[in-house]
Every structure is written in structure tokens, then in C-alpha cells.
Design a binder for this molecule. Structure first.
Ligand SMILES: Cc1cc2nc3c(=O)[nH]c(=O)nc-3n(C[C@H](O)[C@H](O)[C@H](O)COP(=O)(O)OP(=O)(O)OC[C@H]3O[C@@H](n4cnc5c(N)ncnc54)[C@H](O)[C@@H]3O)c2cc1C
Length: 532
């Protein structure tokens, strides 16, 4: 069963146990920390109020079911779960199994004046699924029972899935037929194909497979105004694209029930590699040249010097890392080295050719290629980082991220300001913040910038929340100042909504509001999110 107050399954043992040296490294960066006390499930359940929902065959009003569907994975969500102070709970959780069930629930919501929150995997990190206080009872619609491959058109390479299909289940069902979608967000284990569409997500191998925008071919959406079936075309010039309206709709316009995605046969070969550049500047120049030369890599990630040293410190293989660092230093990649992880996917011949060309460009920018050993480690642990949150929380350290995408001409300065503003956000409280950044999801025009920050929990949950609010505001304001999008992949939800007008403009926001209003004139679909 999913953890009720953290990441992953209750039974797995993937949590990071921080080594002594990792702890010492973090302490040296942000000071000695003290953990906050966790509430027990029983204590949290004691705070679930009586349900206001009328009865329905598809709706559970069980307290634990409601609690387990009331929050996502943002820091405010995490603090709510850990303290047991959830605030508002949904009054019921619906479990539809078909599009007809969803239609029935929406009709029931209309007839009984209910608020409806679509729920995929609950991995939102921006407060997408948090119920708001109000007079209307709230029903969360959990898509978990719509989790099957419904059709596979091999000739057109289009697969139809129930919107609640989780990443691993989706890939397993496709793999049985020799296909893959290739969408691997870090939250892959627990997020759903419907959630990916509704929040416009991006997977680690977006270089090869594209973002969800490229994969989403059509499907079925149940709205309060009726059913919308979006047909699949390879391309179309027939006016504005209805698919686009629903990508990033964040549950405001309807419930996606069936998703048609473009799939490809499983590639013959896939490998990941690591190289190091002597400096951030050289790394940035190299990655820009690689992407702008049209090289067909399947993923790229460039960690700045602080992220590189943090990863190496937390890797827990001190002897091996020391040896590696000595070797890199000899080759000119010392203290300010930056780690470049990249992947090749395709036929054996394609992979070989691309690797050869990439190595040439790496060498041109004084990079040191270290082979596939560390790449294999990345591949093996690519979905494990979220579990680190547990190890850090247990020692009183909170970790969060802030991400954007910008044109190349703005990237360098934006990284400097995001890091320095987040790093200084708690100065007045006398607190240090450990910030590091990587570039990923590369495009000819620019790339995404992803900053991670570690800070000490306060002496209370309230103080911890205040610290996070300052950090979030500092990061978001720096992004807006540099003309970045408020999110490249996490979406808007509640937490990013104040910053959305900066990029959409007044008229743009009005257009989105009108669209939501057209589908949902009573404002019952996930109110308070995207355009509150
Ligand atoms: C540790 C971690 C790592 C992450 N890494 C990435 C990453 O690499 N890339 C990335 O893009 N994101 C990432 N995310 C963010 C998150 O996983 C994505 O936004 C994901 O797409 C959400 O999918 P979900 O199924 O969990 O949706 P939920 O969190 O359940 O919902 C997200 C939004 O979509 C709406 N929604 C969900 N399902 C439907 C539906 N069927 N119909 C209509 N609306 C619906 C909800 O109402 C909500 O507004 C990460 C999150 C975590 C916690």
C-alpha cells in the first residue's frame, strides 16, 4: 500500500540511509538540524471530520480513504501529512471504472452542488489536488481503477489507456507487445498518464520521446457540458487544437478518462554515460553545441559544480569517489567540475555513431569522458531520489525544488540569480540554505533549469512552513524576473498560480478563465488551481 505520509510503498525499503559522511556534509552546509515529531496515522485520522457527501455507489466516505487522497507531494502537503494537520479533507473519494461512471459522478456533483477534484497518482508538487475550504462538499475522483491498456493500433502506433494507469503498469503492458511510451518523469512509479496530460509533464528522456505534448494524440474527456472525444491525426491544420486546451488543464475543465498516446517499438539498445567538464561555462557551451548540432541523444543533464560535488558526496562510495576525483583533477577537471550525464537510445549502429560524435564534442570542450559505469548507476537509481526526502526529513532537513525553462540567452544569469536569491532567502532568520542546479530537457532554443535546495526544519511546523514560503517566493520571483516560465514540468496548481499572469498576460489569463468557465460555469472543477 502507498505510504500515507511520504513517497513510495509502505513495504519497499528504498529509503536512503544517509551515511555519516553525508550527514556531516549537510551539517557543514546548513548547520546541525533537529527532526520534527511525526504524527501517527491514528492521530491524523482523529482529525478527519464527518463527511458532508451524499451517498453514491461509487463514492467512499471512509476516513482513511479520504485522508489518503487529500494531499499531493509539495512541501506544504508534506508538512500537512507529517504534522497530521491536513486542514481540509475531501468529503468522499469516487472510484470510477469507466467513462460512464465518470459521467455519472459529474452528474451527481451537479445535482448535489459538489466540488470535484480529479486525482491521478497524487504526485503533484504544486498543491494541485488540495481541497479548499467552502460550503460545498468536495469529492475527489481517483482514477486508479481505470488502469488498463484498452487498445493498441500497431499499424499507427497508437495505444489507448485508462487515464489512471501508473507509469510502471503502462510500460509493462506496452512491453508485453514490444512497445514503449518512453515517458519517465522522476515520479514515474506513482504518477498516471491522465495526470501527465493534465499537468503537461516531461520525462527524463524527452530528448528522444518528446514531452507529453508530443505523445498525447487524443482521447476522451468527460466534462460537465458533455463528452468530448478527441480524434487522432498525425497532424492537422484545422484551426486551434482541442488537445492543447486540455494539456495543462489541471482538472479545471473536465476529467480525462481515456488517453491515446503515440508509442514506438522498444529500442534495440540503450546506454547512459557520464563525462565531466572543467567548469560550468564549458559544460553549458558543450551541451548547447550538442543540442544545436541536432545530435540524437535520448537524455542530457548537466549538473553545476555544487550539484556535482553534492551528488558525489551523497553517493556513499567515498573511496571510489576519491579515486575518480584524483583522476579528473589530473585531466583538468578539479574543484569546479560539472557532471554531464547523457543517454543514447536506438539501434546499435545509431547509438554507436551518436556516442562517437558526442565524445568528439565533449573532448572539444575539454570534457573528460568516464564511460558507462556511472551512467549505469544513474539508470539504476533514476527513480530513487524521491526516497532521499525520507532520510533527510529524519534528520530535520527539508528538500524542495524550483524549475523553469528559458531561452539560452537568459539561462546563465537566471541560474546565478535563482541560486543566490534562494540561498539568501533565510538570511534574516540566520539560516543557511544549500542550493544546487542542473540543466535538463534541452532544446535548440534553450533548456530547463532545475534547482534543488536543502534547509533546516524550524522548531515547529509553522516555522518550517514560513521558511518554505520565503524560499518559494525567492525562487519564483527570480524566475519571473528573468522571463522564465513558472514551470517547465511541474505545472501551476495552487503554489505557482500567483506567478502565472507574468507569462500569460491579462488577456491570456482571461482566455484561460473563460475556457474553464465554458466547461464549468459553476466553478466546481478543482477550484483555486491554475487560475484561482
Ligand atoms: C518526486 C517527484 C518527482 C517528480 N518528477 C517530475 C518529472 O520528472 N517531470 C514532471 O513532469 N513532473 C514531475 N513531478 C510532478 C508530478 O509527478 C507530475 O506533475 C505528474 O504529471 C502528476 O501526475 P499524477 O498522476 O500524479 O497527477 P496528480 O498529482 O494526481 O494531479 C495533477 C493535476 O492533474 C489533474 N488530473 C490528474 N488526473 C487527471 C485526469 N484523469 N483528468 C483530469 N485532470 C487530472 C489533477 O486534478 C491535478 O490538477 C514530480 C513529482 C514528484 C513528487
Amino acid at each position: 500500500m502507498r505510504r500515507w505520509n511520504g513517497w513510495g510503498d509502505e513495504k519497499n525499503n528504498l529509503d536512503f540511509d544517509l551515511s555519516e559522511s553525508s550527514r556531516a556534509f549537510i551539517e557543514q552546509r546548513i548547520g546541525k538540524s533537529r527532526p520534527l515529531p511525526d504524527a501517527t496515522l491514528e492521530e491524523a485520522l482523529g482529525k478527519v471530520p464527518a463527511s458532508r457527501s451524499p451517498e453514491h455507489r461509487l463514492i467512499s466516505t471512509d476516513a482513511e480513504v479520504r485522508l489518503r487522497h487529500s494531499r499531493g507531494q509539495s512541501i506544504p502537503d508534506w508538512l500537512a501529512m507529517r504534522s497530521g494537520d491536513f486542514g481540509i479533507f475531501p468529503d468522499g473519494v469516487a472510484f470510477p471504472e469507466t467513462s460512464e461512471d465518470v459521467r455519472e459522478i459529474l452528474k451527481f456533483a451537479q445535482d448535489n452542488n459538489l466540488v470535484v477534484i480529479p486525482y491521478g497518482g497524487g504526485t503533484s508538487v504544486c498543491g494541485h489536488i488540495t481541497p479548499e475550504a467552502g460550503d460545498r462538499p468536495v469529492i475527489t475522483v481517483a482514477m486508479s481503477r481505470m488502469d488498463k491498456l484498452m487498445a493498441l493500433d500497431k499499424e499507427s502506433q497508437i495505444a489507448t489507456f485508462g487515464a489512471g494507469t501508473l507509469g510502471p503498469d503502462l510500460e509493462a503492458q506496452l512491453a508485453a507487445e514490444g512497445y514503449t511510451l518512453g515517458h519517465f518523469p522522476q515520479s514515474w512509479e506513482l504518477s498516471t498518464v491522465g495526470g501527465w496530460v493534465a499537468s503537461r509533464s516531461s520525462g527524463q528522456q524527452s530528448l528522444r520521446y518528446g514531452r507529453i505534448e508530443k505523445m498525447f494524440a487524443g482521447g476522451r474527456i468527460e466534462t460537465l457540458q458533455g463528452t468530448l472525444d478527441i480524434p487522432t491525426f498525425p497532424a492537422s491544420s484545422a484551426g486551434p487544437d482541442i488537445r492543447e486546451m486540455f494539456m495543462g488543464s489541471e482538472g479545471r475543465m473536465g476529467i480525462i478518462t481515456e488517453v491515446k498516446v503515440r508509442v514506438t517499438p522498444v529500442a534495440e539498445k540503450e546506454s547512459f554515460y557520464v563525462a565531466f567538464f572543467p567548469s560550468w561555462e564549458e559544460g553549458m557551451r558543450a551541451t548547447r553545441e550538442i543540442i544545436q548540432s541536432g545530435m540524437q541523444l535520448s537524455m542530457m543533464r548537466l549538473s553545476n559544480a555544487v550539484e556535482t560535488s553534492t551528488h558525489l558526496k551523497l553517493a556513499g562510495h567515498e573511496k571510489g569517489v576519491n579515486l575518480l576525483e584524483r583522476y579528473l583533477k589530473m585531466r583538468g577537471a578539479g574543484e569546479s567540475k560539472t557532471m554531464f550525464t547523457f543517454g543514447t537510445t536506438g539501434s546499435k549502429g545509431q547509438c554507436k555513431a551518436v556516442l562517437k560524435l558526442t565524445r568528439k564534442l565533449i573532448a572539444k570542450h575539454r570534457g573528460v569522458f568516464t564511460g558507462s559505469y556511472m551512467g549505469k548507476h544513474w539508470e539504476h537509481s533514476r527513480f530513487r531520489s524521491p526516497y532521499l526526502r525520507h532520510g533527510l526529513w529524519d534528520i530535520g532537513v527539508v528538500v524542495d525544488t524550483m524549475e523553469t525553462a528559458l531561452d539560452w540567452s537568459s539561462v546563465k544569469a537566471a541560474v546565478v540569480d535563482m541560486e543566490s536569491d534562494i540561498g539568501a532567502a533565510l538570511n534574516a532568520d540566520g539560516e543557511n540554505v544549500h542550493v544546487f542546479t542542473h540543466l535538463s530537457h534541452f532544446y535548440g532554443q534553450g533548456c530547463s533549469v532545475y534547482s534543488t535546495y536543502l534547509f533546516r526544519a524550524g522548531s515547529s511546523y509553522e516555522e518550517t512552513m514560513q521558511r518554505w514560503e520565503k524560499l518559494k517566493a525567492a525562487g519564483a520571483e527570480a524566475i519571473v524576473r528573468h522571463g522564465g516560465t513558472i514551470s517547465h514540468q511541474h505545472g501551476v496548481g495552487k503554489d505557482h498560480a500567483p506567478y502565472l499572469p507574468a507569462e500569460k498576460g491579462k488577456l491570456g489569463i482571461k482566455a484561460i478563465e473563460e475556457l474553464c468557465h465554458m466547461f464549468d460555469p459553476d466553478g466546481r472543477m478543482n477550484p483555486g488551481k491554475l487560475v484561482p
